[in-house]
Write a protein of this length. Structure first.
Length: 236
């Protein structure tokens, strides 16, 4: 017998201090599994909940169903609970629906707010947290690990993206890099890019120089018989 899928409002509660996170979902069982997986690998969207999970441990948290309701009322009810209880572990105080975002009438606005929240979260992360997040996405921990995309699958995904962007503008379209990730980070990325290109250029020059020397040696041309000047290139 197929198990009934229930939608509703839920909370993830810390039994050590009674603080909690409130959310809504079209599938309560699946949503709890998603939260636990992301918290385990340190990739949860709520950095506040993630830090508490890391500090107190998974055994300090329980999943509670606040109310079961039809999907069409999820956003309204979730927002009502957030406004009433002001949950500490929510990164924002606007209902975003989690796994039922697709049908939200304010989808684009919510995505924009989530993007800004994620950028802020990244800037507030410690070096250790960034390292943990990076490690959590490597190898078998990555959801795409071992997947080999066929030509048909690649083509299908490409067509879906093209169709999506016919009616939806990319969030960062026409924005400068500084506006997306901040001036300091953008400057660092540009410097690293220039260093990389400079190293590539030097490598090509040295390779060409070695090639010319070999040609001279093969042709019996003495270095002193040719008017040349050695150039030294320094990398800072």
């Amino acid at each position: 017998m197929k198990k009934e899928i229930k939608s509703g409002i839920y909370k993830i509660k810390n039994i050590k201090n009674n603080e909690y996170y409130i959310g809504s979902t079209i599938n309560l069982v699946r949503r709890w599994s998603q939260h636990k997986s992301r918290l385990k690998y340190n990739t949860h969207h709520s950095i506040i909940l993630q830090r508490a999970w890391n500090k107190y441990g998974k055994d300090s948290f329980i999943f509670e169903i606040i109310e079961e309701c039809d999907p069409e009322f999820l956003f309204e009810k979730e927002q009502n609970y957030i406004d009433t209880f002001n949950p500490k572990y929510n990164v924002g105080l606007n209902a975003c629906g989690g796994d039922n975002l697709t049908n939200n009438p304010n989808r684009q606005e919510i995505i924009q707010k989530m993007t800004e929240s994620l950028k802020k979260r990244f800037l507030e992360m410690t070096d250790d947290e960034k390292k943990l997040r990076s490690e959590a996405c490597k190898g078998i921990k990555n959801s795409n690990f071992g997947n080999k995309w066929s030509d048909d699958a690649r083509k299908s995904l490409s067509e879906k993206k093209k169709k999506y962007y016919e009616n939806n503008s990319p969030i960062n379209k026409n924005k400068k890099l500084e506006d997306v990730i901040g001036e300091e980070k953008a400057t660092e990325i540009k410097k690293n890019y220039l260093r990389m290109r400079l190293k590539e250029l030097v490598k090509k020059i040295l390779s060409l120089e070695n090639h010319i020397k070999k040609k001279r040696k093969m042709n019996g041309v003495k270095k002193d018989s040719v008017n040349t000047m050695d150039n030294k290139i320094f990398l800072f």
